[in-house]
Design a protein around this ligand. Structure first.
Ligand SMILES: [Zn+2]
Length: 462
């Protein structure tokens, strides 16, 4: 853990240096560092404070308007604007134009030519609080909420490095996800914007033993009464979304047996909607996926093997499909570390192909996709590898990118704030080296610079 903290401080220091160069909202970074430093209680903190003082001095001279110059800006429809200039005030884009002539007098200019700008991406399925060190046994992972949040800051940072500036986090214990979301929003932690679900609802198959505290607050529920209680508990805790596990299957287990009944899924979705919260339902299998869609869930996670009639109904209802193909690649590749046997690896591999085949049919039929990595552990940093599978499923690179920008923003009910480089949107911008409309690998592997809400959070240009 100690080394993690040291790394956090040095990262923050790096970010501050980048910020001194480009000077965006420095006081927020300073606040973030101060807040982190308070908890860290280490000699390194002094270095951070010194840098903060310097950063504040620079901030005093900032007039608040920044012009970013790019070789091109590519939008979600694949249209490219050459010699593009994006004007930022505070955390918002105020204008997008071309050529030096549109740069206002006195604006700070950041020259990112010849890089290409794409919108900050959105990963609609993460588990940010599932932190594990690859080199340590699972038992070494932190348990207390505070320790989990501190450790998960690393996952947040790795996510930003992929160009993902917003996530929907679908399931966490002890409301660590809510703590992370709030810390990031206050500037006390550096990470993507988070839309969170608290505890995912899972089906209890037998009543708890006498004396067991009620299951609802932890998401384990027996019937429709407990479903309603559990949803209210998540809403009261501050969840943005409700997550339900509608089938078996996770990690090395790829079974997709429906758990909640069709009626229970419908009651859950209606309850969530009554609280004004959208619903995401997990189902590895086709029957759970169909039930989730018919229940009115806004998105269905992982559903492999959907038949053509069900796919047609997804299209008709506009239900968003989040296949999460790549996470089974991650599990299979890391089987030795995770302790999965050869049979499980074979199952993960064949499920991935089955999932890809469903995605191919769904795309052909016109289903709306959003990119979700289902990242856990050290998969953060690989969040956008899902896009390569989408291209294999038949999308153009531009269509794939839209699943992580405009489609995802619509799912998150942020269509005028997230997923585009346009006036009024958050200044969430990613600079990549190459043409993302020709090659999706540019988006996945060639992110050089990331701005979130007007602040530079990643700079890998040197
Ligand atoms: Zn998940």
């Amino acid at each position: 853990m100690r080394t993690e903290f040291v790394r956090s401080v040095s990262c923050v220091t790096r970010v501050i240096r980048a910020t001194v160069l480009h000077a965006f909202s420095i006081s927020a970074v300073a606040r973030a560092t101060m807040a982190m430093a308070t908890v860290m209680m280490s000699a390194i903190v002094l270095t951070a404070f010194t840098t903060v003082a310097h950063a504040q001095a620079v901030a005093a001279r900032d007039d608040g308007v920044t012009a970013l110059r790019f070789g091109a800006v590519v939008d979600a429809r694949g249209r490219s604007t050459r010699d593009a200039v994006v004007i930022i005030r505070a955390d918002t884009i105020v204008r997008v134009g071309t050529g030096a002539g549109v740069i206002p007098a006195g604006a700070r200019v950041v020259d990112l030519r010849p890089l290409t700008a794409i919108p900050g991406m959105i990963d609609v399925h993460t588990h940010m609080t599932y932190w594990r060190d690859k080199n340590l046994p699972a038992s070494a992972a932190p348990r207390s909420k505070d320790s989990v949040v501190m450790a998960a800051a690393e996952n947040a940072r790795h996510t930003l490095e992929t160009g993902v500036t917003t996530v929907r986090d679908l399931g966490a214990s002890n409301y660590a996800d809510i703590a992370m979301r709030d810390s990031i929003n206050k500037g006390a932690m550096i990470g993507p914007r988070m839309f969170v679900a608290g505890y995912g609802l899972s089906k209890l198959t037998a009543p708890p033993r006498a004396g067991t505290p009620p299951g609802a607050p932890r998401g384990r529920v027996l019937d429709t009464i407990e479903i309603k209680e559990a949803i209210k508990a998540q809403v009261d805790a501050g969840a943005d979304w409700i997550k339900m596990y509608g089938s078996t299957g996770s990690f090395q287990n790829v079974t997709g047996v429906q758990t909640f009944t069709d009626v229970e899924m419908r009651v859950a979705t209606e309850t969530a909607h009554r609280f004004g919260k959208p619903m995401a339902i997990h189902s590895y299998g086709d029957s759970g996926g169909r039930a989730a869609m018919r229940a009115g869930a806004e998105s269905v996670e992982h559903p492999a093997g959907l038949d053509d009639a069900t796919i047609a109904e997804f299209v008709k209802r506009g239900t968003v499909y989040v296949p999460t193909i790549d996470h089974n690649r991650f599990y299979a590749e890391n089987a030795a570390i995770l302790g999965y046997n050869a049979k499980q690896v074979a199952e993960l591999d064949s499920f991935r192909l089955y999932n890809l085949e469903t995605a191919r049919r769904a795309h052909k039929a016109g289903v709306k996709f959003a990119m979700g990595s289902d990242a856990v552990y050290w998969m953060f940093g690989e969040n956008t590898r899902e896009l390569a599978w989408f291209v294999k499923a038949g999308m153009t690179p531009t269509q794939a990118l839209a699943t992580a920008t405009t489609n995802a923003a619509a799912l998150l009910r942020q269509p005028t704030k997230l997923g585009q480089i346009a006036p009024g949107f958050y200044a969430d911008i990613v600079a990549v080296d190459g043409d993302p409309s020709r090659d999706i690998e540019v988006v996945i592997n060639k992110v050089r610079w990331v701005m979130k809400g007007g602040r530079v959070v990643v700079d890998k240009r040197q």
